[in-house]
Design a protein. Structure first.
Length: 338
């Protein structure tokens, strides 16, 4: 059983900002695991009245011994080990959680082998304790990112496992068997990780990480059947992007942001304009990022990892968000929690 302390936190507004405008408030931030020497790459899901958090455990960020730890909790405070997913000949990285239409937990992760080849592997579970044997998903040479589900079907962006020059869209009905939906999605630069979100009108949105000479993020939109995409350039460099739509229909993004500093931050997304505005920096620095997102009980829940306390450890934060200031114009300026 893991019971961790809350961080001592203060909220410091930027100098010169108005004092009357509502801002996001950090309700708590709990370190939930430091079991391994290096703990990273999280995701979070509230499933059948329990919380589940997945992440990689390893000797270091670059070690070849990565395994996927699954923790569960009834209240988000006391976390217990639920499973350890491992392959004897592969390093497992960047696990993602979702729930299939049949009501099973799905974990997908990137397996890196000794010959440097990579493949997406998936596991299914009815309860987070008993898991199926791992199965390869998608195509060799392409890594599937987090699947997003709509109308009984899952979609996931896949990027090249080698040089990041190709982006494809895959679809599935069970989370295991994927088919190519769009074999080539043109996008400027070198695309890698892309998180998907579906709006109520059926529009698909994507927040895309890029590498190479133009590493700033791109925001993509597509109408059904999701074969043609339009992209808007963003000004920020992201890693481990994630998207969530709130009950009031605002769209929120979380990612590791990199400029003069490195931090895990929350941003408002205007899906119609393709614009992103950072509004809250979580307690984080150094080796950090890859957040999971969930909205439950009137609060935004965020899992992430950070080395700001020395070791790379897993945290779960809870935030009370400011009310919407108008459709597409969320309130709030950048706030630091730390």
């Amino acid at each position: 059983m893991v019971r961790r302390r809350f961080l001592s936190l203060t909220l410091a507004p930027l100098a010169g900002s108005a004092q009357t405008a509502p801002r996001a408030q950090l309700a708590g931030c709990r370190m939930i695991s430091a079991r391994a020497r290096h703990n990273a790459y999280t995701d979070l899901l509230h499933f059948r009245n329990r919380w589940f958090c997945v992440f990689r455990e390893g000797m270091s960020a670059a070690s070849r011994d990565g395994a996927v730890r699954v923790l569960s909790s009834s209240d988000g405070e006391v976390w217990i080990p639920s499973a350890l997913l491992a392959l004897p000949d592969a390093d497992l990285r960047e696990p993602k959680l979702s729930a299939t239409p049949e009501g099973r937990l799905l974990v997908n992760a990137m397996a890196t082998y000794g010959d440097h080849s990579r493949r997406t592997m998936v596991w299914l579970s009815p309860d987070g304790r008993d898991w199926t044997q791992p199965e390869a998903a998608g195509e060799p040479g392409f890594i599937l990112y987090r699947p997003s589900w709509t109308m009984g079907r899952g979609y996931a962006m896949g990027h090249s496992a080698g040089r990041a020059t190709a982006l494809r869209l895959y679809t599935t009905t069970d989370g295991v068997r994927y088919s190519v939906h769009s074999p080539e999605i043109p996008v400027p630069g070198e695309p890698t990780e892309a998180s998907l979100l579906f709006l109520p009108d059926g529009t698909a949105c994507a927040l895309l990480r890029r590498e190479g000479e133009a590493p700033t993020a791109q925001f993509g939109r597509s109408r059904s059947p999701y074969r043609g995409w339009t992209w808007s350039g963003l000004t920020k460099t992201v890693a481990g992007p994630n998207l969530i739509r709130l009950p009031d229909e605002r769209v929120l993004a979380a990612a590791r942001l990199v400029d003069d500093t490195v931090r895990t931050s929350l941003c408002w997304i205007d899906p119609h304009e393709g614009a992103m505005a950072e509004f809250f920096a979580l307690p984080s620095s150094g080796d950090t990022g890859y957040p999971g997102l969930a909205y439950h009980g009137g609060l935004l829940w965020v899992s992430y990892y950070s080395s700001h306390e020395g070791q790379a450890m897993i945290y779960v934060a809870r935030l009370k968000l400011p009310p919407a200031a108008g459709r597409g114009k969320p309130a709030g300026r950048l706030t630091f929690g730390g």
